[in-house]
Design a protein around this ligand. Structure first.
Ligand SMILES: CC(C)(COP(=O)(O)OP(=O)(O)OC[C@H]1O[C@@H](n2cnc3c(N)ncnc32)[C@H](O)[C@@H]1OP(=O)(O)O)[C@@H](O)C(=O)NCCC(=O)NCCS
Length: 248
């Protein structure tokens, strides 16, 4: 009995030994393969990017993505933008698909710029459209599906489709340093969001938002502001602070 136990013990010892040695051999191989795959992914994301106005370091704009007019975009370092994003510096309107079929339409020309600061991040589906200027300062954080557009399709009259009317209400947008823009927010033309502001999920920001305040809703109103004496967020009763000095 004792002998057979020993033999069984030897056999299972051998199996364990083999397993350990296979694991030891495979582990670095798997680690190398995974690293290679990761680097391939990185290269695919980064190397395929078109040229920008500058040479951003460590820029990630995940696939799928749509980029137009990148030579008019100045992008900071360590920027990470999630998939399904669309960055568009628009130099003219109408684009081909927006032309009216039965009449010529005068072409509008623009000199747009998109400036994105260092360490700006977006979870995904970020749309930035500029006909004049959109500036996103350092360390801004966008949740998913945010729209920032500095102009609107024209709707001067209701005689013909709006896509065949000239773009209008074009005015620059600034999103201040360190702000947090919540999911599905829309930032309208001419809006300046002050630094370290918070925009609530689903907000439509039609007016300026002061620095260090929280604005929510449609239209967005300031509901809180940072009190630096109390070192706390304090409620803002009527939200009027959201309406300081409209720009544009
Ligand atoms: C803006 C936000 C941070 C506010 O947080 P908070 O300071 O805890 O706010 P409160 O819950 O105290 O709400 C204050 C008031 O604003 C309202 N409110 C808060 N967020 C709102 C929003 N997104 N839309 C409309 N109203 C909102 C509240 O109902 C409350 O109203 P009341 O005083 O009439 O009851 C938060 O609500 C939010 O929207 N965060 C973004 C979430 C997101 O997008 N995450 C994605 C991952 S990054």
């Amino acid at each position: 009995m004792l002998g057979s136990d020993r033999r069984g013990g030897e056999a299972s010892g051998k199996t364990t030994g083999m397993r350990t040695s296979i694991r030891r051999t495979l582990r670095p191989w798997i680690a190398r393969a995974l690293r290679r795959l990761y680097l391939m992914g990185e290269a695919y994301v980064e190397e395929d990017l078109p040229p920008f106005a500058n040479e951003p370091k460590n820029l990630r704009i995940e696939l799928p993505r749509r980029l137009a007019g990148t030579e008019r975009m100045h992008i900071g370092n360590d920027v990470a933008i999630g998939p399904n994003s669309f960055l568009f510096a628009q130099t003219y309107y109408p684009t081909e698909v927006m032309r009216p079929p039965h009449r010529p339409m005068p072409v509008q020309h623009f000199e747009p710029s998109i400036v994105i600061g260092n360490r700006v991040t977006a979870t995904g589906a970020l749309t930035i459209g500029a006909m004049q200027r959109v500036e996103i300062e350092d360390d801004v954080m966008f949740a998913t599906n945010v729209l920032v557009s500095d102009g609107l399709h024209g709707f001067a009259h209701a005689r013909e489709p709006y896509k065949y009317q000239p773009m209008w209400r074009i005015a620059p947008i600034v999103v201040g340093r360190g702000s947090w823009v919540g999911q599905n927010a829309v930032i309208m033309p001419g809006v300046t969001i002050g630094e370290l502001a918070i925009i609530g999920a689903n907000s439509v920001v039609t007016r300026n938002v002061p620095a260090r305040s929280i604005a929510v809703g449609n239209p967005a109103r300031v509901v809180k502001r940072w009190d630096s004496v109390q070192e706390a967020w304090v409620p803002v009763a009527d939200g009027h602070e959201a309406t300081f000095a409209d720009s544009g």
